[in-house]
Design a protein around this ligand. Structure first.
Ligand code: ASP
Length: 340
């Protein structure tokens, strides 16, 4: 057994050796498998199929792809899948991406009338020489691969919210921090009914590999053609199997501005814990954005190679769900840096 094999057998990455200051070396056993996802209310159902795959020694990639589809299939979900809020022209457009432990990536953006954008993102990854397809091209690719076109009709709640929004037709992507769990749904007087948001899911499987998936209908009542962070590798999601994985939810423009999920992973590479890494990325937004962060919500969740996890948000009321050990999904309230 050479040195590298010995370290691997001990659960210590050779990467650990390259850090002189902070160190990844720990005597703690690696916690795997484990899966976490944004917004506890949807984690409860979404983590469950992911966990079943992980528990049976399946891959993190299969797990996250299966998990986020629960939210995509839920027509009551305001912010993921075809039940989500439409753009200002009344059309639901979907964004999704995934990334595995081998730096394989796939993504779709502004995809219409296709039920499971995450499946199309995976096909982009596995069957094309590209990493991202958008709009009509993405739809054409889905149809060529046997997917069927769903109707354009809005879900009942989206129709109601859209009609309400049309009265003023103002796009104010602000958050009502007291009442909502997410930044995409605060535009109607009944905003507190909506407690879901974009789902970002990251997992570490029994083989020690990390993967992630992220899927959304984007900010409700966005301009036609607007794409947020969620399908953009490095913004809404990033995985480096030597270090960790991170995913984001909230105001996509702010996450893109700082290459958010990539930044979180890079902070973990420097030796920061998942929570510290998320906090530093949120601070970057607070310090750099030309916008007023008072009304913007962004939250990150992160997981490292040891199965340690953490989160941070700009504002309160961001929570997430973690499933490991006995398969129970734990609710975790994210710390935050701004109180108003
Ligand atoms: N991040 C998503 C976007 O900007 C929206 C959200 O998470 O609410 O499209």
């Amino acid at each position: 057994m050479n040195r590298r094999q010995l370290l691997t057998a001990l659960g210590i990455s050779s990467l650990a050796l390259s850090f002189k200051g902070r160190s990844y070396i720990s005597n703690k056993p690696i916690k795997k498998p484990i899966v976490l996802s944004t917004w506890y209310n949807q984690s409860v159902t979404a983590n469950s199929p992911a966990w079943k795959i992980l528990y049976r020694n399946g891959t993190a990639l299969d797990a996250v792809e299966a998990g986020v589809q629960v939210s995509e299939n839920d027509l009551e979900n305001c912010c993921v899948g075809l039940g989500g809020n439409p753009d200002r022209d009344g059309i639901v457009t979907l964004d999704a991406c995934l990334m595995d432990h081998q730096f394989q990536i796939g993504s779709v953006a502004a995809l219409e009338q296709i039920k499971n954008p995450i499946q199309i993102a995976r096909l982009v990854m596995e069957k094309t020489p590209h990493v991202m397809l958008v709009g009509q091209g993405a739809q054409q690719f889905a149809l060529q691969n046997g997917f069927k076109l769903e109707g354009l009709q809005l879900s009942d709640h989206a129709q109601k919210t859209y009609q309400e929004w049309l009265k003023k037709s103002e796009y104010h992507p602000i958050i009502n921090i007291e009442k909502t769990h997410g930044p995409s749904a605060p535009l109607s007087p009944e905003s507190n009914e909506y407690n879901h948001d974009t789902i970002g899911m990251i997992a570490l499987d029994i083989h020690g590999n990390l993967s992630g998936a992220c899927t959304t209908s984007g900010m409700g009542f966005k301009m036609r053609g607007r794409v947020g962070d969620s399908p953009i590798i490095g913004a809404g999601l990033y995985v480096d199997n030597e270090v960790g994985a991170a995913t984001a939810t909230g105001q996509g423009e702010e996450v893109i501005r700082i290459c958010g999920s990539f930044l979180v992973v890079e902070f973990m590479r420097q030796g920061y814990s998942p929570e510290q890494a998320c906090k530093k990325a949120v601070e970057r937004i607070r310090n750099k954005t030309p916008r007023n962060t008072k009304d913007l919500q962004v939250g990150f969740i992160a997981l490292n190679k040891k199965g340690e996890y953490g989160a941070y948000a700009l504002h309160k009321n961001f929570d997430f769900g973690v499933t490991s050990g006995n398969g129970e999904t734990l609710k975790v309230d994210s710390p935050f840096i701004l109180t108003s």
